[in-house]
Ligand binder design. Structure first.
Ligand SMILES: *Cc1c(COP(=O)(O)O)cnc(C)c1O
Length: 338
């Protein structure tokens, strides 16, 4: 049961985020301890040119430099660390075709835990190879006829494996929140924090960290325009499901946010804005050309939201989570050359 005290959160009284039963600030501090020395403390970068053009101070938390190439390693490591010795001995199972697969595979191997990853049989061979390369067992499924959640749940039941979901799990959310925690530790108090949204694990964890440290910070989520289910959900006041969105932001191709992440976003996120695939390509190019960093399309969402001008940021101090950098070089080249 999740209990909220919205009047306490926004009413000017003492903010008690610990009233959110599933994840609270202490969970994020514990996660930070759990992943200390295992996850990278990724760099915080800025661009003088961007700051001038926006008349703002923008701080990019560069999770494209995280182990496994994305912030997902934080949540996966925290979740695996918190398993009991018996659960660790039995192993873990996860479903993903993307960054979560590699994150769980890597975090498991570092903890001496066996990982099984359920991946679509048509996943790019490079991703299958990367996941196997981290020592995980890959179980293939047919995207058209089978459900990966059901397969993972069945494997979990049959072999006693612990399921590590990509976003809707308190330990995963707490782990993801450490990215914002580190950003604020380094950059200081922020006026705004921009975070991309897929299932909402990164956004809800980041919002808890940021709002706990400085209740006045405005937390903004950024979604692909063609996959704006979180925006629709916040507007409708319930979780809205959409068809598989058609966008180059493959890490945000979720059809619905989580049952745990949604109420956290409802209470702590001011609004969700959207950007187009064209804006993502422009942002990718900006990162490459001006900041010399490779960022995947989904990793560009939050920054593209800042650049979109949809929110007036003049004189503001703005934090941006750059979520990942795993992108096929040929696709990257195509994207930045238009
Ligand atoms: C998974 C992922 C996201 C979306 O994260 P959620 O916690 O599902 O909202 C964004 N960017 C990258 C690079 C990812 O791998």
């Amino acid at each position: 049961m999740i209990v909220f005290h919205l009047n306490l959160l926004f009413g000017g009284g003492v903010m008690t985020i610990s009233d959110i039963a599933t994840v609270n600030y202490d969970d994020i501090l514990l996660a930070a301890k759990n992943i200390d020395g295992i996850a990278h403390k990724t760099p915080v970068l800025s661009s003088t040119q961007l700051n001038k053009s926006l008349n703002a101070s923008v701080f990019f938390k560069c999770e494209n430099f995280q182990r496994g190439g994305a912030f997902k390693f934080r949540g996966a490591s925290n979740a695996i660390t918190q398993l009991s010795p018996d659960q660790k001995a039995r192993g873990v199972v996860a479903y993903s075709s993307g960054n979560h697969a590699q994150a769980v595979a890597l975090a498991a191997s570092l903890n001496g835990v066996e990982a099984t990853i359920v991946m679509p049989s048509d996943a790019p061979s490079i991703k299958l190879a990367a996941t196997r390369g981290y020592g995980a067992k890959v179980v293939l499924y047919d995207r058209a006829t089978e459900s990966r959640e059901e397969i993972a749940a069945a494997l979990g039941k049959q072999y006693g494996l612990s399921v590590i979901p990509p976003f809707d799990h308190p330990h995963v959310i707490a782990g993801q929140g450490t990215a914002a925690l580190e950003l604020i530790e380094e950059a200081g108090p922020l006026d705004y924090l921009f975070v991309c949204v897929g299932g909402g694990g990164l956004l809800s964890g980041s919002a808890i960290a940021a709002k706990s440290l400085h209740p006045d910070v405005v937390v903004v989520g950024v979604e692909p325009a063609l996959g704006n289910d979180a925006q629709q959900s916040l507007q409708a006041g319930r979780i809205v499901s959409i068809d598989l969105p058609n966008t180059i932001a493959d890490g945000a191709q979720t059809m619905a946010v989580g049952k745990i992440t949604f109420p956290i976003m409802q209470s702590l996120v001011k609004e969700i804005i959207t950007v187009t695939d064209d804006e993502l390509c422009k942002q990718m190019r900006f990162f490459a050309e001006r900041m010399k960093i490779v960022v995947e399309p989904t990793g560009c969402l939050a920054a593209a939201g800042v650049s979109s001008g949809k929110i007036d940021l003049s004189n503001a101090k703005v934090g941006v989570i750059v979520s990942g950098g795993n992108v096929d070089p040929t696709f990257f080249a195509k994207c930045i050359s238009v």
